[in-house]
Design a protein around this ligand. Structure first.
Ligand code: PLP
Length: 385
């Protein structure tokens, strides 16, 4: 028996090492990684610049606390502020912590306490971000969920208008619902939502934990929508696998979190910051982001050409290198078969295969992955007839 809590349903693969887009198991078998550690290793595993930055930082210092200045935090905060609508950054260690910070900031800044989020959203598993998550299964068994959270249908502006009132502090949203099934926000909905928030003095919080750091071909996915969120949360790809989280907010909110009002012992850890600086130095470059867009279009086109017509596939959708293949049946056995064939992919809900390849994936690797997907999905289609 294992000494671990059985919190994860694990596939039969034990990792030995990983490099670039390749994961090697303990038996010496190689896998092409189209999951990137759930959208984390955006520059691939052990990217040489990130590794160098980490090795360099290992030789400087690992942790001294936030009681003293940390120049790398300043640099990473500056990168994030320059490439977003925000100006001030708070660092923490994970996505859920970044969302916790955003919820606390919104309540304290506005003096109001209702938070509206969306059905099928996912914002994390601590009490605040779990409460913001619009999925019953995430709440089940944990007693009363934090009060004053409500969930409206995604892309329904009338539902938002009905839900917002004088006690609403914030609306929190993902631009593409990741865990909820790769559902993309509509352009007009997002534009109108921003107006509603402005009219009612409600903060707009955009959760970019999965969609940010270049995943959709922009630094942050909201930048496809021409809006200016008050708060943006980030984690996953920010340090390419070293735990980190960040909340980025407009300068008007700066003094809401004064000394002593919020904090995290490990927040802005020097190793995470060194990795993040190396990541942003690559990802927040126009040519890199253009390549992500081009590769995303290529992957989507290849998928549409080779698997869209299969009976098992009901829809293929996504933006940049965040793509969902919706099927008319559960996908977990297909994912197992893909692993056997040497391709690692993810699910998003029971019926959707989710592809989040490292952003450095090559055209050749896309051309390797698509036929593997076709083989497994085509066999499934025959199987289910
Ligand atoms: N928000 C979104 C959109 C996510 O996709 C996730 C994780 O999948 C989280 C929040 C929670 O992040 P973490 O697991 O780092 O707490």
């Amino acid at each position: 028996m294992t000494a671990l809590f059985p919190t994860y349903k694990r596939f039969n693969l034990s990792v030995k090492r990983a490099s670039g887009t390749t994961v090697e198991d303990t038996e010496g078998k190689n896998y092409l990684d189209f999951g990137a550690g759930i959208g984390v290793c955006n520059l691939g595993h052990r990217h040489s610049d990130v590794q160098k930055a980490l090795e360099n930082q290992l030789n400087q210092y690992w942790h001294v606390s936030n009681l003293y200045h940390n120049p790398i935090q300043e640099k990473v905060a500056d990168w994030l502020a320059r490439h977003s609508s925000g100006d001030q950054v708070f660092f923490c260690n994970s996505g859920t912590e970044a969302n916790e910070a955003a919820i606390k900031l919104a309540r304290k800044a506005t003096g109001k306490n209702k938070i509206i989020s969306f059905q099928q959203s996912f914002h994390g598993r601590t009490f605040g971000s779990m409460a913001a998550t619009g999925q019953e299964k995430i709440h089940t068994g944990f007693g009363p969920v934090l009060e004053r959270f409500s969930y409206v249908p995604f892309n329904d502006i009338d539902a938002i208008k009905r839900a917002v009132d004088g006690e609403t502090a914030a609306v929190m949203m993902e631009m593409i619902q990741g865990e909820g099934g790769i559902h993309m926000a509509d352009f007009d909905f997002v534009q109108e939502l921003e107006q509603v928030c402005r009219q009612h003095d409600v903060l707009l919080i955009v959760d970019e934990i999965q969609t940010g750091i270049g995943r959709t071909g922009k630094p942050f996915a909201y930048q496809h929508y021409g809006i200016s969120p008050d708060v943006i949360t980030s984690a996953k790809g920010l340090a390419n696998g070293i735990p980190v989280g960040a909340m980025i907010a407009k300068k008007e909110l700066r003094d809401v979190f004064g000394p002593g009002s919020h904090g995290a012992t490990f927040g802005g850890n020097p190793l995470a910051m060194a990795a993040a600086e190396a990541v942003l130095n690559h990802v927040f470059q126009d040519d890199f982001l253009q390549a992500v867009t081009a590769k995303g279009e290529l992957l989507l086109n290849r998928l549409n050409a080779s698997i869209r017509q299969l009976p098992v596939v009901t829809s293929i959708r996504g933006k940049g290198l965040m793509i969902g293949i919706e099927c008319n049946q559960e996908v977990s056995s297909m994912i197992g078969k893909l692993i056997e064939k040497g391709l690692l992919v993810l699910s998003a809900g029971p019926n959707i295969i989710r592809l989040l390849p490292p952003l450095i994936v090559s055209e050749k690797e896309i051309d390797t992955a698509v036929p593997l997907l076709r083989d497994v999905l085509a066999a499934e289609a025959v199987h289910s007839q």
